[in-house]
Design a protein around this ligand. Structure first.
Ligand SMILES: [Fe+2]
Length: 362
């Protein structure tokens, strides 16, 4: 399969990965020939990239960090718990937050055990899941990234459980922000931004009162927008006062935010998202964490077409363990001309060749 920009796909192209709704329903089944209507709808929904079938890359697969079933179940659990909390009054909310804590803790242990068995670096880009609210899938993605990063930093499983729970619930406070502010796609006024910022305190206040939620998980909600140099919110605390979990969550949160599909802007590719983190490394994000995070994600995911400095281009077919910025690719073109016999090139053995760009047009 190949990863291409939705806007460049012609009708009749076959979809390589099933697209789901956040209720776990199949929206478009894999192998189906996409129609112009489907493509228009997907673009309206803000889906920037799709995996499509292609004769030269039929054998190329991406193993997701957790199974589609578990991811779907996790998103559904977040959705049900969060909307329940939103739709009830203050008295019932505390009870519902506790209940959510129990369900999420359960989900985190499932996610941890599935992730343990998988060796591949993370590529979430391929999991197309259309949600009516970004917060639900974002919570699950941030959990996956945070757990991978915590694991890379050598954290014991007890602490990973805490950070996983904190990640699942980090944006629960958004359920108390009025929809018209939360869903606004244009530029926010200062007043609106102040309202959005409240999701950190709101989340913390509910979570810290729940008996079954560790206080440190509540602090994940409180501190995930704080930055090392004090430019974050709500308190503007600096590096020394930030909990390590919050530093991990900050990295995972920003990476998912910029690489996720949103209606009002294109999703960034992983290598671009990583650049955003590097730009803030040391100032906003912990440098060591950014370095560690780089080792957990597929910088150039399978299926992506890379343009090389020597005029050749090809599709990523495999990651190189320990050298993720130099994947193995299948050359399909030389100087813009299709090659007769596609062949493989291991970029980890070709240091004189540079990746000059990613080509996502079909
Ligand atoms: Fe947040």
């Amino acid at each position: 399969m190949r990863l291409v920009a939705t806007k460049s796909i012609k009708p009749g192209t076959e979809l390589a990965k099933t697209i789901y709704s956040d209720n776990g329903q199949v929206l478009i089944q894999r192998d189906i020939q996409l129609t112009q209507r489907m493509l228009n709808r997907l673009m309206e929904l803000g889906i920037t990239y799709l995996y499509i079938k292609d004769v030269h890359t039929e054998d190329v697969m991406v193993e997701p960090p957790i199974s589609d079933e578990l991811r779907m179940e996790a998103v559904k659990t977040v959705k049900n718990s969060f909307t329940d909390i939103q739709n009830n009054d203050y008295m019932k909310r505390s009870f519902l937050v506790e209940q959510a804590g129990e369900k999420m803790a359960d989900m985190v242990s499932h996610i941890m055990s599935e992730m343990k068995g998988r060796k591949e670096v993370i590529s979430i880009l391929s999991d197309v899941l259309i949600s009516d609210d970004y917060v639900f899938s974002h919570s699950v993605n941030v959990t996956i990234y945070s757990l991978a990063l915590a694991n890379e930093m050598g954290m014991p499983s007890k602490r990973m459980e805490e950070i996983g729970l904190g990640a699942m619930l980090h944006d629960v406070g958004k359920m108390f922000i009025p929809d018209e502010v939360l869903q606004k796609t244009g530029k926010l006024t200062d007043e609106e931004f102040k309202i959005i910022q409240k999701h950190t305190d709101e989340g913390f206040n509910y979570l810290r009162k729940a008996n079954n939620i560790p206080l440190l998980a509540a602090h994940c909600a409180y501190q995930h927008h704080e930055r090392l140099n004090g430019t974050g919110y709500p308190r503007g605390i600096t590096e020394k006062d930030m909990h390590p979990y919050a530093k991990i969550l900050g990295v995972a949160d920003v990476f998912d935010a910029v690489t996720s599909d949103r209606v009002y802007r294109d999703a960034m590719l992983p290598h671009e998202g990583l650049e955003i983190l590097y730009a803030g490394a040391g100032e906003l994000f912990d440098k060591n964490l950014v370095e560690a995070f780089k080792k957990t994600i597929a910088i150039y995911p399978q299926g992506l077409t890379l343009q090389l400095s020597d005029g050749r281009s090809g599709v990523v077919i495999k990651q190189n363990p320990h050298l993720y910025e130099r994947p193995i690719i299948r050359i399909l073109k030389e100087n813009n001309q299709p090659v007769r016999e596609p062949y493989e090139l291991d970029l980890s053995e070709q240091f004189d060749i540079v990746i000059t760009s990613c080509n996502t047009d079909l």
